[in-house]
Ligand binder design. Structure first.
Ligand SMILES: [Ca+2]
Length: 401
């Protein structure tokens, strides 16, 4: 925008106006000085330009707003023109004095004042029914849900954290802390952590330190089968003969002839079997004693060696068809002093019970078969199933759980 000096501008305009006055106004109907001193009406500043002075529009016309006129009776020099008096197509617009005529203002005029900063914010548009807030949700609490642990939905889209359980507890599905049983290897009794039962024992069993213990039982079994194996230096057929109905003899009788130098002998081996497999299977064998009733003790001191049998011998077994025995199962037993020969066979019966060894009974033979070159009666006569009755028969007494 061009800047003009107010003084200079006014002077120039004043000169122009004065010159026009001096030249007279042919359209002035009165021509009298009293009608205005020949002054042309000041034209309002207008964006339309100051053309009204030349188009002959009379003052006071309804087409123009009333103008401020100088006092017609005054002879004083006209008042200095204001910018609003600019006319003749040379409007002067001061940024300090915006036009008061709104009709002539430009809505796009950048000079329009901006609304104050503190102007109220525009009102928001009215809410539609869909935007109306729903009633507020009241979230549930752990207490209301009766939960003391874990997480749970609060019913309003949130999650409740109801706490944790102690190290020995777990949080169950209902939000309750439960003790974690620690039975471990316990099969009965109470869990030491929670006091909950770890299991129950079979009828008749007792619980000892978390283990079911069967009652101690004693099996006193009579032999199911027995036999005697014989060999004779005088008769070879003996070794091929079975003697299932005889007593059980163990040991040798020696007859030495000093005349011939021949050592004759008859030796016997006893076999006995107990059908107790079903009774002891899986049981804990505490003790097992093989018991023979002595029919006749030997005249000479004797000793016996016992083995576990590895093969079935129960049908027509002979000296020559003697079954194999289990190596390592042997033990030497001295001649009894009383009416019974009792041999501890706990380890063998325990092996039968746990299945590590098949049960084919016992093999009892003389411990020493060295020719003595002497007369010796070392065979011991024991009761067999056939030679004795009742409790005198061969027995196996087993204590187990
Ligand atoms: Ca027999």
């Amino acid at each position: 925008m061009l800047k003009f000096s107010r003084v200079g501008t006014f002077s120039m305009l004043g000169s122009l106006l004065l010159g026009a006055c001096g030249g007279g106004d042919s359209e002035d109907p009165s021509g009298a000085a009293g009608s205005g001193g020949g002054l042309t009406q000041a034209q309002p500043p207008s964006g339309q330009g100051g053309s009204s002075a030349s188009n002959g529009t009379p003052p006071g016309s309804s087409q123009n707003p009333p103008m401020i006129l100088p006092n017609p009776s005054s002879n004083e020099a006209p008042a200095p023109m204001t910018e609003g008096n600019a006319t003749q197509g040379t409007p002067v617009v001061s940024p300090m004095d915006p036009p008061s005529d709104s009709s002539g203002s430009d809505p796009e005029d950048p000079e329009m004042p901006a609304p104050p900063d503190d102007a109220p914010e525009p009102m928001p548009p009215p809410s539609t029914p869909e935007e109306v807030e729903e009633p507020s949700c009241s979230p549930a609490t752990c207490a209301a849900l009766s939960r003391s642990c874990g997480q749970a939905a609060d019913g309003c889209g949130g999650t409740l954290n109801c706490g944790a359980c102690s190290a020995s507890q777990v949080c169950n599905g209902a939000g309750q802390c439960e003790c974690v049983p620690s039975c471990g290897a316990r099969e009965c009794g109470a869990d030491p952590s929670c006091g909950q039962p770890c299991g129950s024992c079979a009828p008749g069993e007792s619980c000892e330190a978390g283990t079911c213990v069967a009652p101690v039982q004693t099996l006193d079994a009579v032999a199911s089968a027995d036999n005697m194996l014989l060999v004779s230096s005088a008769d070879s057929n003996v070794a091929n003969t079975s003697f299932p109905q005889s007593e059980t003899s163990v040991g040798c009788n020696w007859v030495f002839s000093s005349l011939t130098g021949i050592q004759d002998f008859v030796c016997a081996i006893g076999l006995v079997y107990f059908g107790i497999d079903q009774a002891i299977a899986g049981r804990s064998v505490l003790d097992a004693q093989l018991v023979f009733t002595v029919e006749a003790l030997p005249a000479s001191q004797a000793s016996y060696q016992l083995w576990a049998v590895f093969q079935d011998w129960r049908a027509n077994v002979t000296w020559n068809s003697a079954p194999q025995v289990v190596l390592g199962s042997e033990r030497v037993v001295n001649q009894p002093t009383g009416s019974t020969l009792q041999i501890d066979v706990t380890d063998i019966v325990r092996a039968w019970a746990n299945g590590s060894l098949p049960n084919f009974g016992f093999f009892l033979e003389p411990a020493d078969v060295t020719f003595p070159f002497d007369n010796r009666l070392e065979a011991t006569s024991l009761c067999s199933l056939e030679s004795c009755t009742g409790s005198f028969r061969p027995r196996l007494v087993v204590t187990y759980q």
